[in-house]
Design a protein around this ligand. Structure first.
Ligand code: KIV
Ligand code: NA
Length: 278
């Protein structure tokens, strides 16, 4: 596969060809994005919950993130590789953000970084892009701020809050973001922001069908587990049931000694066996 570039993503947007983005957290999931034609592989900080068992993303450290980015990067080559900057690694100052983004690119092997926030991040996005680190912004619902937002809730539902999301999107594009995630905002607002931006590609999750692309969390798409499901999730596969079937069949076969069968076992030449027994 040919490497997906930012220019290619802008061409997809210009030709109104939807962009596919999917999260990956390790070598096999990165490899699957590579093999099955995903445009952008995202090492999301949803890693915290779906792979590491934390209850929210703010617990994730940069070192934990780097460990997973490196694994994904070994499997995903052609898709543009974007990684979330963990909570607290880009907030103190633009310099701090540059230092940590450099680690994500150099040690992790990511092509670009993603950060959550609005107008307060404009200087940081400008600094990062000015030193050649491509930035994907993330507006609307910001999971890293779930406590301040009183939960994982729809954003931009009233006119004032919608205007706030629009202003952030426009300012972040102006600051140099090549794309942005729009999370949990009304369909009409997602479409409107997409039309108002001049070149930055919008990737929606719970932002309706009018964005330039869509993103989902691997485990939500695959149905790895069937816990709480946000309104915007569609389960395209049922991996949980497959896992259950596999484990049940395996345990049963071990317990009734039908596994391993003869063909799944190794033989010793008869003469050697006899010599061994003397
Ligand atoms: O962390 C993540 O998986 C994300 C996507 C859902 C956009 O930020
Ligand atoms: Na994220």
């Amino acid at each position: 596969r040919k490497k997906v570039t930012i220019q290619h993503l802008h061409a997809l947007r210009a030709s109104r060809t939807p962009i596919t983005m999917l999260t990956a957290y390790d070598f096999p999931t990165g490899r699957a994005c590579e093999t099955h034609g995903i445009d952008i592989t995202l090492v999301g900080d949803s890693l915290a919950q779906v792979c590491l068992g934390y209850d929210c993303t703010t617990r994730l450290t940069l070192d934990e993130m780097l460990h997973h980015i490196r694994a994904v990067a070994r499997g995903s080559h052609a898709p543009l590789l974007v990684a979330d900057m963990p909570f607290g690694t880009y907030l103190a100052s633009p310099e701090d953000a540059v230092r940590n983004a450099v680690r994500i690119v150099r040690e992790g092997g990511a092509d670009a970084v993603k950060l959550e926030g609005g107008l307060e991040l404009v200087d940081t996005v400008r600094r990062l892009t000015s030193v050649g680190i491509p930035v994907m912004a993330h507006v609307g619902l910001l999971p890293q701020r779930h406590v301040a937002l009183s939960g994982y809730r729809l954003q931009g539902r009233d006119a004032d809050s919608a205007l706030g999301v629009l202003k952030s999107a426009l300012a972040l594009e102006e600051a140099g973001a090549f794309a942005m995630v729009l999370e949990a905002i009304p369909h009409a607002l997602g479409t409107y922001i997409t039309q108002r931006l001049r070149h930055a590609a919008t990737i929606g999750i719970g932002a309706g069908s009018g964005t330039d692309g869509q993103v989902l969390v691997w485990d939500d798409l695959m149905g790895t587990w069937h816990g709480h499901q946000a309104k915007f999730v569609r389960r395209f596969a049922d991996v949980k049931s497959e896992v259950e079937k596999g484990i049940r069949a395996y345990s049963e076969a071990v317990r009734e000694r039908s596994f391993p069968a003869g063909a799944e076992s190794y033989e010793m030449p008869k003469a050697q066996w006899e010599r061994f027994q003397q």
